[in-house]
Ligand binder design. Structure first.
Ligand SMILES: Cc1ncc(COP(=O)(O)O)c(C=O)c1O
Length: 402
């Protein structure tokens, strides 16, 4: 059973901020002691650059760094550690797929399919490539509840579609997309699929082999790991064919002044010195998460989120934005005459941290015809009492401003 009070003890931020209600986990999660200490300890006791050194310290650092590929592969159900590419985050992983995988396959008149609820990170890179190649970015619409319009999706699949990129969970609406069905429909037409797992990997069981997605991307910092580290999972058949787009040390086979050849995947996509300690930290974050049963985490978050929905709906004038049938513990809300920034500022004065704005989904905000939302996003160290605190302040705010 999930005991949030006990879990909080693992996170030093709450020692330093005992009254903090941190409800901004979709932006970044807090870090457990084991991750903070693991990274510090790596620098203290194990630090050396990887791959190039033959002395024992460098060999041990390399081993530790490479072990994380196995940890990640197991965590997301990849059949081989060679499918795991290190990056600086979800954004960098998507850009790599755009430039290295799709660019050479996309021609004038082709189409790339994304949904209306994508984070800018899963929109702009495809948009830029489409402009460059005179291709078209096609948007799968969502309905007023924040659910993908499946009929419209099927209609938009065509022989011109060269790629589908879709978020597993919307960072703004919390909608959980039916990615299994969507991947299957795309594959019936041999369309490769990238799944943005930034908001799902921390709490949902992920099995990329069962999903059969072509690419799966996520950031360490949204699953209790450090910032500046991310993962690109790719099917080996794709990675094998992809050319590197960033060049430098640690990704070469042979170099002369005239020519260079490159080592094999995944290392060929990791030019230069990567965030070694951060990647080690991601390993610790996954080990931390694996102490808990994901089904229990999910059960707890479902209860917490249902409670938050119910309580928020009791606040006069508050509208919940995003009412998908399948929803994660991300809750966006808006008031007709109060700007989301004012709402977040009000909550901030009571040490309740929520995010406000467009959440890097401006076109989605345009669709809902609002400037932005306030967003509370939960994880397993959040409590029912924190929901009560948030709702109490919102009610006071509403009274104060009317
Ligand atoms: C769904 C989704 N995709 C992509 C990103 C971008 O992640 P990062 O900034 O870590 O690259 C985010 C971050 O909020 C996100 O929520």
């Amino acid at each position: 059973m999930i005991k949030p009070e006990a879990i909080r003890q693992d996170f030093p931020i709450f020692v330093h901020h005992p009254t903090l209600a941190y409800l901004d986990n979709a932006a970044t999660t807090q870090k457990p002691e084991s991750v903070i200490e693991g990274i510090a300890d790596f620098y203290r006791k194990e630090n050396a650059n990887i791959h190039r050194g033959v002395y024992p310290l460098a060999a041990a650092a390399t081993e530790k760094y490479e072990k994380v590929r196995h940890i990640v592969a197991e965590f997301i159900g990849a059949s081989s550690f060679k499918s795991i590419v290190y990056s600086s985050g979800t954004t960098a992983s998507i850009n790599l797929v755009v430039q290295s995988f799709l660019e050479k396959r996309l021609n004038s008149g082709d189409e790339v399919l994304i949904s209306a609820m994508e984070h800018h990170a899963n929109l702009i890179p495809w948009q830029m490539l489409c402009k460059k190649k005179d291709a078209r970015l096609i948007i799968i619409p969502v309905d007023k509840n924040g659910e993908i319009d499946m009929m419209a999706f099927k209609d938009r699949l065509s022989s011109r579609t060269k790629m589908l990129a879709l978020t597993h969970i919307s960072n703004t609406l919390g909608s959980i997309n039916p990615i299994e069905e969507i991947i299957e429909l795309a594959h019936q037409r041999a369309i490769p699929v990238l799944i943005d797992g930034a908001q799902s990997v921390a709490h949902y069981p992920i099995d990329v082999s069962a999903l059969d997605c072509d690419f799966f991307v996520f950031s360490a910092h949204k699953c209790f790991g450090p910032t500046g580290v991310g993962i690109l999972y790719g099917k080996e058949e794709h990675l094998r064919e992809m050319e590197p787009v960033v060049f430098g040390g640690d990704m070469i086979r042979e170099v002369s002044y005239e020519n260079s050849s490159f080592t094999t995947y995944p290392q060929r996509f990791e030019a230069g010195t990567t965030n070694i300690a951060g990647i080690v930290g991601l390993g610790y974050a996954i080990e931390y998460l694996q102490k808990y049963n994901k089904a229990e985490i999910l059960q707890y978050l479902t209860q917490l989120s249902e409670y938050a929905h119910q309580e928020l709906e009791s606040v006069d004038g508050l509208e919940i934005i995003g009412k998908a049938g399948a929803k994660s513990a991300i809750l966006s809300f808006a008031f007709e005459n109060i700007h989301p920034h004012d709402v977040a500022t009000f909550l901030g004065t009571e040490n309740i941290a929520v995010r406000a704005g467009h959440h890097c989904t401006q076109p989605l905000m345009d669709f809902f015809n609002i400037p932005g939302t306030s967003r509370a996003s939960f994880t397993f160290y959040n409590t029912f009492e924190e929901v009560d605190r948030m709702v109490k302040v919102l009610k006071e705010m509403k009274q104060f401003l009317s």
